[in-house]
Design a protein around this ligand. Structure first.
Ligand SMILES: Cc1ncc(COP(=O)(O)O)c(C=O)c1O
Length: 403
């Protein structure tokens, strides 16, 4: 018989979001008349706006004509890569440094295959689950763990991000030769790193011979013009950082699937090998490119009209976030995020996250995400997501404030 991959056995028994969905189903079964409102998951809810839909439609139409039909596009349409470089990076990167993906989570998984098992791993704690879980799958998280582990994996340096350190970690805890996963604006805390903090992060990576995987999936939510929108605003970041990004949360492409990764040519492994060349080789081996229909949608999202639609869509969710922050403030619950991010991180000192989750579900019929599911430092926190209809968010806020 084929043996089970021992690294899969080391994963925690349940992935956070399916577990929340299971509890929601269970509650709905017991209370069939309860009108449950979800503020739990990071899934977009609003329809894609018309100019970007027209781009997607054009992508489909092109496939139906001999003159415009296209097949595999490997690293992605050159025009899309050029536009990404121009819109997000002031043309600092050539198209051979920008790789189109079917989403940033998928690329994070492939990056973990690229780095393999023999690296140290550092993550913000709490963090988006794929950084740790994907590291476990490729054997980079140490040999312990499994269903019973709660303190974390021995091969992972957890860098607590708490109200005490203003959600920016102590970088002196990063071991040499680490892959550092860093997300800003952050999921789940909503904190967004400033220029000074990101400069310290880049310095720490260069000092320790580490590579940052910078997850900028929420960069289009940044409204404060003083905050960097990409790690490459920091000098020398191209010598120590890969950036992953996505159309999911900006253009509503969670179900369309389109993203990109920037892998600079100035990035090298310890032995002097080019990271860009290995990434090219790896993606050609295990990935056949993003959908060309999605890529035409991406092209539309990056022209003037598309950018206005992205602004409109992200403004809408940020307004939802403002309503949630307002309701929590009225209840004197301390929270972070929600200003440059769609997530609000609410603190319930002295209480277990899963207990607060259960109370919000039972008392208000509201589904949230328990902070402890994102890592040990998430205990006593709840993540509220601003992805939802306006009516649903307003009703949830009313339920919360009216007790
Ligand atoms: C921080 C972060 N990165 C990446 C992703 C995944 O994005 P994509 O849809 O591009 O795979 C998410 C989705 O929730 C996220 O929160």
């Amino acid at each position: 018989m084929v043996k089970r991959n021992r690294n899969i056995a080391r994963l925690r028994a349940a992935y956070l979001f399916p577990e929340i969905a299971r509890l929601r189903r269970e509650f709905a079964g017991l209370h069939p008349n309860a009108k449950i409102i979800s503020m739990g998951v990071g899934n977009t809810t609003e329809p894609i706006l018309h100019h970007i839909v027209a781009g997607l439609t054009e992508g489909a139409r092109r496939l139906g004509r001999a003159e415009t039909y296209s097949g595999y596009a490997d690293e992605g349409l050159a025009e899309l890569r050029e536009r990404i470089s121009s819109v997000y990076y002031k043309n600092a990167f050539g198209i051979d440094e920008i790789f189109i993906s079917d989403g940033s989570k998928c690329d994070i998984g492939r990056l973990q295959t690229l780095f393999g098992p023999d690296v140290n791993v550092a993550v913000q704690d709490p963090s988006y689950p794929v950084y740790v879980d994907g590291s476990v799958v490729v054997g980079a998280a140490g040999s312990d763990g499994g269903a019973s582990q709660s303190a974390g994996y021995s091969g992972v340096s957890y860098l607590p991000c708490t109200p005490e350190n203003n959600y920016f970690p102590d970088l002196s805890k990063i071991k040499n030769d680490s892959v550092i996963y860093f997300c800003s604006p952050n999921n789940p805390t909503g904190a967004t790193a400033d220029r000074h903090q990101l400069s310290a992060l880049v310095d720490a990576a260069l000092r320790t011979g580490s590579i940052i995987v910078y997850d900028a999936a929420y960069s289009d939510y940044i409204r404060n013009p003083a905050l960097p929108r990409t790690i490459y605003e920091i000098p020398d970041a191209d010598k120590c950082a890969i950036e992953v990004n996505s159309f999911s949360k900006s253009a509503g492409f969670t179900g369309v699937r389109l993203g990109w990764s920037v892998v600079p040519k100035d990035l090298y492994f310890a032995g002097g090998e080019s990271v860009n060349a290995d990434w090219s080789r790896l993606t050609a081996t295990i990935f056949n490119g993003a959908s060309n229909i999605a890529q035409y949608g991406g092209l539309a999202a990056l022209d003037g009209e598309g950018q206005s639609e992205i602004r409109e869509m992200t403004d809408f969710y940020l307004e939802n976030a403002g309503l949630i922050r307002g309701a929590l403030k009225a209840l004197k619950i301390t929270c972070a995020g929600g200003d440059n991010s769609p997530y609000i991180w609410a603190h319930f000192p002295g209480r277990a996250s899963w207990d607060v989750f259960a109370e919000l579900l039972e008392k208000h019929y509201i589904v949230t995400t328990p902070g402890s599911g994102f890592g040990p430092a998430g205990e006593s926190f709840i993540r509220f997501s601003a992805f939802g209809s306006r009516a649903g968010i307003e009703e949830a806020c009313e339920r919360l404030t009216k007790g």
